[in-house]
Design a protein around this ligand. Sequence first.
Ligand SMILES: NC(=O)C1=CN([C@@H]2O[C@H](COP(=O)(O)OP(=O)(O)OC[C@H]3O[C@@H](n4cnc5c(N)ncnc54)[C@H](OP(=O)(O)O)[C@@H]3O)[C@@H](O)[C@H]2O)C=CC1
Ligand SMILES: Nc1nc(=O)c2c([nH]1)NC[C@@H]1CN(c3ccc(C(=O)N[C@@H](CCC(=O)O)C(=O)O)cc3)C=[N+]21
Length: 293
Amino acid sequence: MSVIDGKAFAADVRARVAEGVAAVKAKGITPGLAVVLVGEDPASEVYVRNKGIQTREAGMASFEHKLDATTPEADLLALIEKLNNDPAVHGILVQLPLPGHMDADKVINTINPAKDVDGFHISNVGLLATGQKSMVPCTPLGCLMMLRDKLGNLSGLNAVVVGRSNIVGKPMAQLLLGDSCTVTIAHSRTKDLAEVCRGADILVAAVGRPRMIPGDWVKPGATVIDVGINRIEDGGRTRLVGDVDYDSAAAVAGAITPVPGGVGPMTIACLLANTLTACCRANGLPEPQGLTA
Ligand SMILES: NC(=O)C1=CN([C@@H]2O[C@H](COP(=O)(O)OP(=O)(O)OC[C@H]3O[C@@H](n4cnc5c(N)ncnc54)[C@H](OP(=O)(O)O)[C@@H]3O)[C@@H](O)[C@H]2O)C=CC1
Ligand SMILES: Nc1nc(=O)c2c([nH]1)NC[C@@H]1CN(c3ccc(C(=O)N[C@@H](CCC(=O)O)C(=O)O)cc3)C=[N+]21
């Protein structure tokens, strides 16, 4: 069994992004990422702060916009329009979830698709689904990079994705299909999930339920990608666990990503990669190699 070191992999991706950024800067262009946070979710604030730090470390410009939880939707849409028209901004990310009075689909679809570094705009979703050049969602892109690095060619492998959200499960399935896996998407209505999981050469868990997937659902030798980020109480302290029961799964898997230190750091690295890609496309420069799907 090998542990897939997402933290080290992400550091390597960020170093390659930094090289690409330096090359673009030599032409007088500084890639810029704008992150918009509405409301005061503490977990989101940590995540947004980390993004800002890593964006600047890669040599890019970081623009942070914090809006009050009660901000009218129209004000957020106006800010997005401003960022759409700002030539210093190549990537826009609106942190999800949004407060209940906002229509997330409307907000996302207001972002210029060329600046949609999350890959959530309907245009990018359609482009990905039809195998055309698009902005690819960061979390699934990070998972794909780790899978290709570990397994090489994914063609013909049975992949099971547990979870069908628009931000993780569905785009993950599209990417695996693009690499010629035989893909099954499982969800809360799936019959005999254990048996479905046991058929997986590649098992991706994106559920949001702490340690839901035990080792006896894992095919011996399978590659397990744990997307889950769950905060649990443990002896009076909180800590992070995935959707997979790590110890029992690691005993049978061929390779597995830990939580923390697996998919999470790759998500941020891919966000930076997407921002560089968006900047290159916007300026007619050659795209960075090996940083897109
Ligand atoms: N590491 C990272 O960078 C990121 C991590 N995450 C984490 O990944 C996890 C999933 O996130 P997200 O996709 O946004 O979550 P959602 O809540 O949007 O989707 C969860 C999915 O899991 C399915 N599900 C829920 N319960 C079960 C069950 N008992 N059996 C089978 N399927 C079930 C749901 O099915 P149904 O559709 O039928 O309700 C749904 O499709 C979370 O822990 C989140 O924190 C998310 C984004 C990035
Ligand atoms: N528009 C939008 N795009 C997103 O990509 C997005 C989002 N909204 N909302 C929330 C989720 C969640 N997400 C994470 C990213 C990195 C870590 C991460 O770096 N995790 C570290 C641990 C961090 C810690 O210790 O708290 C790790 O797993 O090692 C976690 C979660 C992106 N998301």
